[in-house]
Design a protein around this ligand. Structure first.
Ligand code: ATP
Ligand code: MG
Length: 560
């Protein structure tokens, strides 16, 4: 379920930049919206001396300018010559003086100050307003003037990404009809103590699993007297492994033996025993149970029709005609045929509605502009109607804008800062960003090797790609579980002194890499069992990543 703003948000932490690096970057970056060529800052306070702002030392967080705990005014540096002349001296050279607050609070000092704000503001491009830190007010009551450099934080991007995850949401717009059918089916069979089966089919990302999960969660609150068993057949080693897996869920204990006649008999006895709750058995990715002779599938579909069966079976798969084509014998036994429900691919309007509904949960000030939503919806509906892809594309497009914005630092007097509750969007995600992501996925499966795209490839994703490469090399297998990958990735992060993200965020990053065509994912009910593989050649990754110092280092050092 997408988390709302109030819920804790997973954040990706990046390594703390070295001060020298930051200064250089700020100095050279064309994005830095700071021009202090002819200016010098003077901060006035009744209790402090004039503290000139040293632009080169006040960029970013490194000099604690943006640290909320501390006074937003500059730390005392009177002792140091290079930090500016004492208050009584006539200032020479570069000065930035801000008097908009002095004019009301400290008029007597006005003659000592001059305003050079125009210079500052003229460097902020239109549409790139200033985002504020979470704590903007000057804690010193008598402080007349506060001036700070703001790193564009862009918390709005985090929030938007959070609501665009592929977790099961509270609301599933555009699936009202399908959900009503499933809900009625379950109510009728559970309340009427009637065994039966339902088969949900549809292309990937059409909401089959999400709708059923949502309904089961709701019904648990509403109805009593039924037990739910949900199995993702993708996680099973073989089709026959479904029986011990069911037995394990029923008995709540480890069942390691292969399914023998004894186990089958026990299972059948359990399902048909007079006493006991109705059993709702959900077999997701059911087409994985394809076996020679289809014995497994036949057995499962026949269970509800055993006399006094308590089983309500729900199968989910992509194949539209699984029961007709693969299980022709069911045709002959009319009563064993499951009720069918197909989930058609989402249309353009439906995808746009879903995206809009999610974004409404983030904030009123929308991160994606309307044209971008429509464009994404049109592109995805034309290819697959897979809303999972649409969500991934939007998150990736937000990431591109976010990393761009985060690299900018701008200067602004505190008096103009908006309250932290106001969510300003420094720059909206537009059609161009969506188009960039789509062309990365469609046209160029390895955007890392492109000059322009390289910078927008986030650090955590680079580390994840390297970790998967190292792991598959070490284990000599093509596919690893997300749990193992996360372990390896955390070790690499520790070694590189980079904060690691948690397992669920790791899954989200893997989704983005899947959207870029770099990772292949096979989902599993349990996050840690999701299978991850590399979709591009090893040499291609190495070649593309090695020119980055960090990535080269990770690959050369290997797994800890
Ligand atoms: P697959 O066949 O690949 O398993 P699926 O049909 O089961 O695909 P889901 O897992 O249900 O697809 O959907 C993927 C994600 O897309 C969901 O977890 C949910 O976040 C989102 N989603 C799908 N349909 C909707 C919807 N109608 N409204 C909001 N979000 C949706
Ligand atoms: Mg599914």
């Amino acid at each position: 379920m997408p988390q709302t703003r109030s819920q804790s948000q997973a954040t990706i932490s990046f390594p703390k930049k070295k001060p020298s690096h930051t200064v250089d970057k700020a100095k050279s970056s064309s994005d830095t919206k700071l021009e202090l060529t002819n200016a010098q800052a003077i901060l006035l306070s009744p209790c402090a001396k004039i503290l000139p702002l040293s632009p080169r030392k006040r960029l970013g967080d490194d000099n604690l300018c943006n640290t909320p705990r501390l006074s937003p005014c500059s730390p005392p540096k009177q002792g140091k010559k290079e930090n500016g002349p004492p208050r009584s001296q006539t200032s020479k050279g570069r000065r930035l003086v801000f008097d908009n607050q002095l004019s009301t609070k400290s008029p007597s000092k006005r003659e000592h100050t001059r305003v050079h704000q125009n210079k500052t503001h003229s460097s902020v491009p239109k549409g790139q307003d200033i985002t504020t830190n979470s704590e903007q007010r000057c804690p010193l009551e008598k402080e007349p003037a506060c001036l700070r450099l703001f790193k564009q934080e862009g918390t709005c991007y985090q929030q938007a990404k959070q609501v665009l995850t592929t977790a099961v949401p509270d609301q599933l717009p555009a699936r009202e009809k399908e959900m009503a059918v499933i809900r009625n089916f379950l109510r009728e069979h559970i309340c009427g103590k009637k065994a039966g089966s339902l088969y949900l089919s549809g292309a990937p990302g059409t909401g089959k699993t999400a709708c059923l999960s949502r309904i089961l969660q709701d019904l648990k609150k509403e109805l009593k007297g039924f037990k739910t068993i949900v199995l993702n057949c993708m996680s099973l080693r073989s089709a026959q492994a479904v029986f011990p897996a069911i037995a394990q869920e029923i008995c709540q204990e480890e069942v390691s033996r292969p399914a023998g006649k004894d186990m089958m008999r026990k299972l059948e006895n359990h399902m048909t025993a007079e006493k006991g709750p109705m059993i709702v058995l959900v077999l997701d990715e059911m087409d994985q149970l394809d076996s020679r002779g289809q014995d497994v599938l036949y057995t499962l579909f026949e269970w509800p029709w055993l006399s006094s069966s308590r089983l309500v079976l729900i199968g989910i798969a992509n194949t539209l005609d699984l029961t007709d084509r693969i299980l022709p014998r069911l045709q002959a036994r009319e009563k064993c045929k499951p009720q069918l429900l197909n989930f058609p691919p989402y249309t353009k309007n439906q995808i746009a509605t879903i995206l809009q509904d999610r974004l409404n949960q983030a904030s009123n000030d929308q991160v994606l502009d309307n044209a971008a939503i429509q464009f994404c919806a049109r592109k995805v509906s034309a290819v697959s109607g897979d809303v999972r892809k649409a969500l991934d594309i939007c998150r990736r497009a937000i990431e591109i804008v976010e990393s761009d914005i985060k690299s900018q630092t701008i200067l602004k007097p505190l008096s103009e800062c908006k309250s932290p509750s106001e969510s300003l969007v420094p720059r909206r995600v537009g059609v161009i960003h969506i188009s960039q992501v789509i062309s990365e996925v469609d046209g160029n499966r390895m955007p890392l090797s492109q000059e322009g795209a390289r910078d927008s490839f986030p650090l955590q994703q680079k580390i994840l790609v390297c970790s998967l490469l190292l792991l598959t090399r070490r284990l000599k297998i093509k596919e690893v579980t997300l749990g193992k990958l996360h372990e390896a990735y955390s070790n690499v992060c520790r070694k590189q002194q980079v904060a690691a993200v948690d397992q669920s965020e790791c899954l989200s990053l893997s989704g983005l890499l899947e959207a870029r065509g770099i990772f292949g994912l096979k989902k599993n009910k349990e996050t840690r069992f999701t299978k991850v593989s590399l979709k591009i050649e090893e040499q291609e990754i190495e070649h593309a990543l090695k020119d980055k110092a960090l990535v080269g280092n990770i690959l050369a050092t290997g797994l800890p």
